[in-house]
Design a protein around this ligand. Structure first.
Ligand code: NAD
Length: 360
């Protein structure tokens, strides 16, 4: 029997998990695709576009009763999940590292779940890596958000009324989001510096024209799958002192540092914020895992002694059209692993399949 996918409308998010281009490809592979009414509306993908791509419009009830595999960016709330019959499949981002209850809840309801945030960081899996796609957008958005909040220009300006110095931007964590933030801040004309604990980041930072700030003695584990590892107490002290010195000079600090499966490291202490110039801006992209700044409040913008601290990890949602397109491309590349000749085929010997399958 041909497999039926259901694309859920997200609640509180303008993005959609699958865009019409990829619906067309799934239909071409022999699958049926149901799309909840208005699911893509806020991202610029009208219901008619889905119909033209071969999807069938559906109510939420239809989706929950007829789909074999439900697709969404965020896991559906428990209320909706409770209506999804046992034995069916969900593909979403469940964050099992942070939501301890999710696996037992899904198991209790006998639902199989693939968590896209568990995709391994291998060359083969790169085309399915939703975390990287969204991080890249978030890095870009972080700079735009900072530029809007900063009471100064980013570029140097020479005008008849006087000259303006370029803004100084400090990026902490030069991974996917950090590198995109560096590139964006450079394009806007700022002077950019960046920190990271992975040795590989140095060359990438320098190739974007930014200055790499080195803290000696970082622990860098090549077997950690591209992820950073927890640092020693001695390193943390040295790093905190250097970050304080550089943050004091910066107009904007963008923090992106994450350690997989752990709370984000605190790298900008309250005391450091107190020493920054009034009007400066901190954008903390690690807010959802505790934040890199001690004062960050997740999903909130606060002002502390004149410094604005924006705590938002999911800034990709601010650019719903491109974010949906990239997410959908990643998702389609992943779904190709699960469908053979229009039918469901779960090959657990495939590393990408087994790493993402969090309940079965
Ligand atoms: P991430 O979101 O886990 O962390 C962001 C950055 O914070 C990383 O560069 C990390 O080294 C840094 N960081 C962590 N602790 C820090 C600390 N105490 N001080 C300073 N910086 C700290 O990582 P990411 O951005 O997703 O990716 C990191 C690397 O992995 C990149 O080089 C990326 O290209 C690579 N990657 C590869 C694949 C793939 O091959 N499929 C996929 C994703 C990422």
């Amino acid at each position: 029997m041909s497999v039926t996918f259901g694309v859920l409308a997200e609640h509180n998010d303008k993005r959609v998990a699958l865009v019409p281009k990829n619906v067309e490809k799934l239909v071409g592979m022999g699958a049926t695709v149901l799309v909840e009414h208005s699911a893509g509306q806020n991202a610029g993908f009208a219901d008619e576009m889905y119909q033209q791509a071969g999807a069938t419009g559906a109510t939420q009830e239809d989706l929950l009763t007829k789909a074999d595999i439900l697709l969404s960016i965020y896991p559906p709330e428990r209320e909706r999940l409770a209506k999804f019959p046992a034995g069916k499949i969900l593909v979403s981002q469940f964050r099992p590292y942070f939501d301890e209850d999710v696996v037992s809840y899904l198991q209790q309801h006998q639902l199989q779940a693939f968590s896209l945030d568990m995709i391994p960081r291998s060359t083969l899996a790169q085309r399915m890596d939703v975390l990287s796609s969204m991080a890249s957008i978030a890095g870009y958005q972080a700079v735009l958000a900072a530029a809007r909040l900063l009471p100064r220009f980013f570029p140097m300006m020479i005008t008849a009324a006087g000259s303006i110095k370029p803004a100084k931007v400090l990026i902490i964590g030069a991974g996917v989001a950090g590198l995109q933030a560096i590139a964006t801040a450079k394009r806007l004309g700022a002077i950019v510096e960046a920190f990271d604990v992975r040795a590989a980041a140095r060359e990438e930072v320098q190739s974007l024209g930014a200055r790499f700030v080195e803290v000696e003695g970082a622990k860098d584990d090549a077997t950690a799958g591209g992820y950073a590892v927890e640092q020693t107490e001695e390193f943390k002290k040295k790093q905190a002192a250097l970050i304080q010195e550089h943050a004091r000079q910066a107009d904007v600090v963008i923090t992106t540092a994450q350690v997989r499966g752990r709370k984000a490291p605190i790298l900008v202490e309250a005391d450091t914020v107190g020493q920054m110039r009034p009007g400066s801006v901190i954008v903390d992209l690690a807010a959802s895992t505790g934040g890199n700044c001690a004062l960050t409040q997740d999903e909130k913008t606060i002002v502390h002694e004149g410094v604005t601290i924006l705590g938002h990890s999911d800034l990709a949602k601010e650019m719903p059209q491109n974010a949906s397109e990239l997410f959908s491309n990643n998702l389609f590349n992943f779904l190709e692993l699960l469908v053979k000749e229009g039918e469901l085929f779960i090959d657990e010997s495939n590393e990408i399949v087994s790493s993402t399958l969090i309940t079965k």
